[in-house]
Design a binder for this molecule. Structure first.
Ligand SMILES: Nc1ncnc2c1ncn2[C@@H]1O[C@H](COP(=O)(O)OP(=O)(O)OP(=O)(O)O)[C@@H](O)[C@H]1O
Length: 597
């Protein structure tokens, strides 16, 4: 643990305070747990008196009857402590689990609403660790560390008072000895903590490495890199082992030193106290009770020292989580949305739109875009890679807001209408269909969670997907594997199309697949798309021009700008860039005319 100036330390621990808001709904559980904690701490301390009673009334007085009585009393006391500990442990751990579950939900709820550019700046692995590691750390604080610290503080205080009451001379000895036991804890504890942090990050490196290899196993095998990867992974594992070995060494020293010092100190106490007993200055029971309290005090101090380090680590986690919870989404939903009028002739209009991605504030991704799209028309966006076609889709769905100009949907500026309604009106079929690790039902129903089984099957039929789904091992109940790995490219696309059909959006945003499908797949996908495009305003990002020659309007884009607009035939005559694109794609020998027919 590195040195933190006092002011910063206060701030660090203070950052745990916001957890209180998460504990508030369960304040009665928390109060009950605290009450039980208070009682058990008191009972724990009273065991010392029980020990004294057993020794003095039983052994020293030499009365069997009194010994039985004393032991019975002690057993009752210990039983009460056991019951109290059960309640405290259960209630506190329950509270810890409950609070961390609530924090996890709050963080996830926040994440799903955040603007997409946030995820460009923050790696998904880091977000995952917010959700898992950081919340687990807080769980251990609420569920155990806090109660341990509180119990130890109470026992420390009570124990010291009991020590003073029993024997002042010996108490001074204890006060001198306790810091002595703390020295190795401080020295080795610091090293152990540092090493175990290193160890954790080494383990995290291992799992990241293995995760990547497992995900890309086919690439590894096809390049026959198995041996190389085994060697590299082995190296990572050995690195982690070496860190662990150092940590174990320090830990072993720590345990040995603590045992030696603790028992050494107890022996000295026994000697000094034993002398007092022999000289009649105190009873044997008092000495027994004294040693009991001394051990409790020492253990409490050790616990507090350890928990303090943990509290600091948790403070870091709490401030990271709080930071995440306080981020405002850059895409804000309007508080009083304007109603959407679907009867307008113009469906979508871009007016003088300029847009820069947040990570590239100097390079416009879109510049001075003016575009009107009429209801029910099919509009194709074409242009070289990086022209800004996908960006146009992103703005339309309000994943980003433009810095200049406005985008209108049914004559309303999209920032003024409900975000849910806007996105509900649009259906996106991406270039690489996104499938979830679930069955076909779930994946198609993603388009409309309320759809009945019949509606899902109907959508699949219209998407030309029904037949191949029927042939899967469990039909619609077949698990599609992570990212739908158990399907072909064309099949994945047809599932995505079925999903869009089920959503039944007003506007269809289609990012055509770049990779060519085989003729039969192509036929099915195209037929499914034709079905989907019926009676809808459709925007297609066209990578293969042959598929959009019949579009009502083709928009030619380059370097973030609209350079030409028109029909295929018109553009062939007027647009230099379009001609060039066509020449690149269609076999020259076949000539441009052949595709127009
Ligand atoms: N998230 C992002 N952050 C920063 N710049 C981006 C981001 N996404 C795209 N760009 C940049 O914006 C420009 C337009 O990209 P866009 O993806 O819209 O092009 P595109 O026409 O769809 O290209 P393609 O046909 O290759 O998919 C490119 O220069 C690209 O590098």
């Amino acid at each position: 643990m590195s040195y933190i100036p006092p002011k910063k330390q206060q701030k660090a621990i203070a950052s745990l305070l916001p957890i209180v808001t998460f504990i508030k709904p369960y304040k009665w559980v928390a109060l009950l747990a605290l009450l039980v904690l208070l009682i058990t701490a008191g009972l724990n301390l009273s065991i010392g008196q029980g020990v004294k009673f057993v020794i003095d009334s039983g052994f020293i007085a030499g009365s069997k009857e009194q010994l039985t009585q004393a032991i019975s009393g002690l057993v009752v006391l210990i039983s009460l402590v056991a019951v109290g500990t059960f309640c405290r442990f259960y209630l506190m751990s329950w509270l810890g689990e409950r609070v961390s579950a609530d924090i996890r939900k709050a963080v996830f709820n926040q994440i799903v609403h955040l603007h997409p550019s946030y995820f460009e700046e923050n790696r998904s692995g880091e977000m995952m660790s917010r959700l898992t590691t950081d919340t687990t750390l807080l769980q251990s604080i609420v569920g155990s560390s806090f109660s341990m610290a509180l119990r130890s503080a109470l026992v420390l205080l009570g124990g010291l008072i009991m020590l003073l009451v029993t024997n002042i001379k010996l108490t001074l000895l204890v006060v001198a000895c306790v810091p002595l036991t703390l020295v190795p804890i401080m020295i080795f504890g610091k090293r152990v903590r540092k090493l175990s942090e290193n160890n954790q990050s080494a383990i995290a490196d291992i799992s990241t490495y293995a995760g990547e290899i497992i995900q890309h196993i086919k690439v590894v095998q096809s390049y026959t890199h198995e041996e190389k990867e085994k060697h590299a992974f082995g190296g990572e594992v050995e690195k982690a082992f070496n860190v662990a070995r150092q940590s174990i060494k320090q830990r072993s020293f720590l345990i040995a030193a603590v045992i030696f010092l603790t028992f050494g100190a107890i022996s000295v106490m026994l000697w000094v106290g034993g002398m007092d007993v022999l000289e009649g200055r105190m009873t044997g029971g008092e000495l027994g009770a004294f040693i009991f309290y001394a051990i409790m005090v020492a253990m409490s101090v050790a616990t507090i020292a350890e928990v303090y380090g943990e509290l600091q680590r948790a403070a870091g986690a709490a401030s990271r989580l709080l930071e995440l919870l306080q981020i405002d989404s850059a895409i804000k939903d309007v508080t009083e949305p304007k109603p959407m009028h679907y009867g307008n002739e113009v469906s979508i209009a871009f007016k003088n739109v300029d847009f820069y991605y947040p990570s590239r504030p100097d390079t416009p991704a879109l510049k001075d875009i003016n575009l009107s799209i009429l209801k029910g028309k099919v509009v194709a966006l074409v242009g070289p890679s990086g022209a800004g076609k996908t960006t146009l889709f992103e703005l339309l769905q309000r994943f980003y807001d433009p810095q200049q100009g406005t985008i209108e949907f049914n004559n309303e500026v999209i920032t003024q209408v409900s975000l849910t309604e806007l996105r509900h009106s649009m259906g996106m079929v991406p270039q690489h269909p996104v499938l979830f690790s679930s069955d076909v039902w779930h994946n198609i129903r993603y388009g409309n969670p309320d759809a009945s089984d019949e509606q899902v099957i109907e959508a699949a039929k219209r998407a030309h997907a029904h037949d191949f789904i029927e042939q899967l091992p469990d039909g619609y109940g077949s698990f599609l594997g992570e990212q739908g790995v158990r399907l072909s490219g064309g099949q994945k696309q047809r599932i995505a199309i079925a999903r869009a059909i089920l959503k039944d959006p007003d506007v269809l945003l289609l990012d055509e697949a770049t990779s060519a499908l085989d003729a039969q797949s192509e036929f099915h996908v195209q037929a499914a798309l034709n079905e989907l495009m019926q009676n809808r305003t459709t925007l297609i990002i066209a990578h293969r021009l042959a598929t959009v020659t019949h579009a009502d309007v083709i928009v030619v884009m380059d370097k973030g700008q609209v350079v030409d607009m028109g029909t295929h035939q018109g553009l062939l005559e007027s647009s230099v860039l379009y001609q060039k694109l066509c020449e690149l794609q269609f076999d020259k020998a076949q000539s441009i005319e052949s595709v127009t027919t």
